[in-house]
Ligand binder design. Structure first.
Ligand code: ZN
Length: 167
């Protein structure tokens, strides 16, 4: 009986010691691993960052992607103005779509973030955002070729358009 008691006391002692030292190593570990937490770059995804500002400009006129790959495009509005006055989006149009004609349709679609309802002209588009906001859209790159992209907010396409080249 006495022997058993002694053993269990020793056992408890060992457990509590072990517990302590494990807690220490755990707390050290929690600070390091988060660095590698993000998923490794996906070779099948082309990541694009496009910025738009209060001066009604995109920071790039040419974007590139590869056919058959996924595109992850993030649009940042680096300005301060509200989306009701300086809203921006990224709209990738199919080949052959007439930009002024499309934009006229878009203008009437204020309730749908200036994307014509049931349109057949759009390959992909982001949400409409205002100053300080960001939005991301993911889509499959279309077949190789040169496509137009615009901001479909009323009156913006003249200054806010560029070419999306798929190789
Ligand atoms: Zn715009």
């Amino acid at each position: 009986m006495k022997k058993f008691f002694l053993l269990s006391v020793l056992g408890l002692f060992a457990v509590s010691c072990g517990g302590n030292s494990q807690q220490n190593t755990n707390s050290e570990n929690t600070e390091t691993p988060s660095v590698e937490a993000s998923t490794p770059a996906d070779e099948n995804t082309v990541v694009i960052t496009l910025n738009a500002n209060d001066q009604m400009q995109f920071d790039q006129k040419t974007l590139k992607a590869k056919a058959g790959k996924k595109v992850k495009l993030t649009l940042n509005h680096t300005g301060k103005l509200d989306k009701s006055v300086m809203g921006h989006n990224f709209v990738l149009l199919k080949k052959g779509v007439d930009i002024p004609e499309f934009s006229e349709q878009a203008m009437k679609a204020a309730d749908n973030q200036y994307i014509p309802v049931d349109t057949q002209d759009v390959i992909a588009h982001t949400d409409l955002i205002g100053g300080g906001e960001s939005t991301t859209v993911e889509f499959d790159a279309p077949e190789a070729g040169t496509y137009n992209f615009i901001c479909s907010f009323p009156g913006h396409y003249g200054m806010m358009q560029g070419q999306f080249i798929v190789e």
